[in-house]
Write a protein that binds this ligand. Structure first.
Ligand code: 5AD
Ligand code: SF4
Length: 419
C-alpha cells in the first residue's frame, strides 16, 4: 500500500513539475519519507533518518514525512524535528502538490475521501501495475493502528478500477496487484443497485479486460473467504494461485481478544478448502507472537496451525503495543524475551517446512512472467504461484510469460532454464 502511495505522490508531483528520482541524497531537492506505523520500530527509525537526511541534504532541499506515522503523530513530528517541511497523512496523498510548497503544512485528516480522485499515472515497474480497490479499514483488530491512520473503509467504484487497469494494460502491464486493507470486504458499503459489486464480482469484471493476464490481490481477510470467492479464486485462470491468509494467532481465545472474528477451526477449514479446490496454490500468512496474555498453550496452537497448513510464506512479528489500539491497555503484556524466544521457534520451524517444500521444486516447470533485468545477465520474474525465479537472459525476456524449468533451489528463490 505504501509503495503504491509513493507512486501516486510521484505522479501527482509530476503533474506540477517534472521530478526525477535520485539515489544520491545530496542531489535531491525534495526528500519524502513515506512511513509505516504498524509496529513501533519504524517510528523510532523515522527521527534518526530525519537527522541523517537533514545533515547531508543539499542546501534548501525540503523534507516531507508522509504515510501512517504522519497520520498519527501529525504536527508533533515538526515540533520534534523542525527540519521537516511538511507532514502528509496516509489518506491525504492527493494533497501532495498543495503541501509541498507550504512551510510546515500538516494535512492528516483521516476522513478525507479520495476514493474517486483521478491520480496521475506512474509505475515503478512498466510490466505490472498496482491498483487500489479500497482505502481504509472497518475492522477493529485490537492490535492494529491502521483504522486510526487510514480511516474508515471506502471502496473505489468498479468503473474507475477497470479504467485504471485498462490504461495500465494499454501501456504494457500484463499483471495487476489489487490493493486494499481488506480486499474481500470490497463493496460492502455500496448502496444503490447499479453500484452493487462484491469482491468476487469485481474479480470477474477485471478478468474480462483484454490483454490482462494475471491478477493478484492483497490482503484478503480469512473471515470473508466465502465458498463463492474461493471457487472464483480456484477456477478463474487469470487469478494467480497465491493467496495471503493472515492467521495472527492459532489460539481461538487470543483470536477473540484480537477481535479477528474467526476461530482456529474456521481458519483451518478455509485453508483446507483452498488446498482442496486448488492444490497448486501457495498460501502465505502473518503471525503475531507475544500478544497480551499469550500462554505457552496459546503459542502451541499457533505452531499447530503452522504444522497443519504448512504455509509457503510466513511474515511473523513480535507484538508491538500501538497507540489508539485496545490491546495496548490490556493486562498481561508479554515479556520481550519470551516473545523473542517464541518468534525464533516459530521461524525456525517454518524454515524447516519451507526447505522441505522447496526441495520438491527441483525439475518442476512453471510459467514465469519476467519483469526485471538484474546484474550479470540475469532476469527475474515470478511464477503464477508467486515464486521468485532467476534465469540467464536479456531484456528480450521482459514482459513475456515463459515456461521455465527449475535447476537450482534455495529458500527464497529458484534458478531455472527456459524450456
Ligand atoms: N504488533 C505486531 N504486528 C502487528 N501487525 C499489525 N499490528 C501489529 C502490532 N501491533 C502485523 C499483523 C498484520 C501485519 C501487516 O502486521 O500481522 O497482518
Ligand atoms: Fe488492521 Fe485488522 Fe484492518 Fe488488517 S483487518 S488493517 S489487521 S484492523
Amino acid at each position: 500500500m505504501n509503495v503504491r502511495d509513493s507512486e501516486h505522490m510521484i505522479a501527482e508531483l509530476n503533474k506540477k513539475e517534472p521530478y526525477e528520482l535520485t539515489v544520491e541524497l545530496s542531489d535531491a531537492d525534495l526528500i519524502i519519507i513515506n512511513t509505516c506505523s504498524v509496529r513501533e520500530k519504524p517510528v523510532a527509525k523515522l527521527f534518526s533518518e530525519i537527522g541523517v537526511f537533514n545533515k547531508h541534504k543539499k542546501e534548501g532541499a525540503k523534507i516531507g514525512v508522509t504515510g501512517c506515522t504522519a497520520s498519527h503523530l501529525g504536527k508533533d513530528i515538526i515540533k520534534r524535528a523542525p527540519a521537516v517541511d511538511f507532514v502528509l497523512g496516509a489518506r491525504n496523498v492527493s494533497k501532495i502538490t498543495e503541501v509541498v510548497d507550504k512551510k510546515h503544512a500538516v494535512e492528516i485528516a483521516t476522513d478525507f475521501d479520495e476514493s474517486s480522485y483521478d491520480f496521475g499515472e506512474y509505475r515503478s515497474n512498466p510490466f505490472k501495475a498496482m491498483v487500489n480497490i479500497s482505502i481504509g479499514c472497518d475492522k477493529t483488530c485490537t492490535f492494529c493502528i491502521v483504522p486510526a491512520t487510514r480511516g474508515e473503509e471506502i471502496s473505489i467504484p468498479s468503473e474507475l478500477i477497470i479504467s485504471e487497469i485498462t490504461k495500465a494494460v494499454n501501456t504494457g502491464a500484463k499483471e495487476v496487484m489489487l490493493l486494499g486493507q481488506n480486499v474481500n470486504n470490497y463493496g460492502r458499503r455500496f448502496g444503490t443497485s447499479e453500484e452493487v459489486c462484491d469482491f468476487t464480482q469485481l474479480l470477474q469484471k477485471i478478468s474480462l479486460i483484454d490483454g490482462l493476464e494475471r491478477i493478484r490481490f492483497t490482503s484478503p481477510h480469512p473471515l470473508h473467504m466465502d465458498d463463492t470467492f474461493l471457487h472464483e479464486f480456484a477456477t478463474n485462470p487469470k487469478i494467480c494461485k497465491q493467496i495471503h491468509v493472515p492467521l495472527q494467532s492459532g489460539s481461538t481465545s487470543l483470536l477473540k481478544a484480537m477481535k479477528r472474528g474467526y476461530t482456529k477451526e474456521n481458519f483451518l477449514n478455509r485453508c483446507a478448502k483452498i488446498r482442496n479446490l486448488c492444490p497448486e496454490a501457495t498460501i502465505s500468512t502473518d503471525i503475531i507472537v507475544g500478544f497480551p496474555s499469550e500462554s505457552d498453550a496459546d503459542f502451541e496452537e499457533t505452531m499447530d496451525v503452522l504444522e497443519q497448513v504448512r504455509f509457503e510464506q510466513l511474515f511473523s512479528f513480535k507484538y508491538s503495543p500501538r497507540p489508539h489500539t485496545e490491546a495496548a491497555d490490556f493486562d498481561n503484556q508479554i515479556d520481550n524475551a519470551l516473545s523473542g524466544a517464541r518468534l525464533t521457534k516459530l521461524q525456525a520451524r517454518h524454515t524447516e517446512i519451507l526447505d522441505e517444500i522447496m526441495v520438491k521444486q527441483m525439475g518442476a516447470v512453471h510459467k514465469v512472467y519476467f519483469d526485471e533485468l538484474k546484474a550479470n545477465g540475469r532476469v527475474s520474474g515470478r511464477s503464477d504461484d508467486g515464486k521468485l525465479f532467476f534465469v540467464e537472459g536479456s531484456e528480450e525476456l521482459l514482459g513475456k510469460i515463459v515456461d521455465v524449468k527449475v535447476t537450482k533451489v534455495s529458500r527464497g528463490a529458484l534458478d531455472g532454464v527456459l524450456v
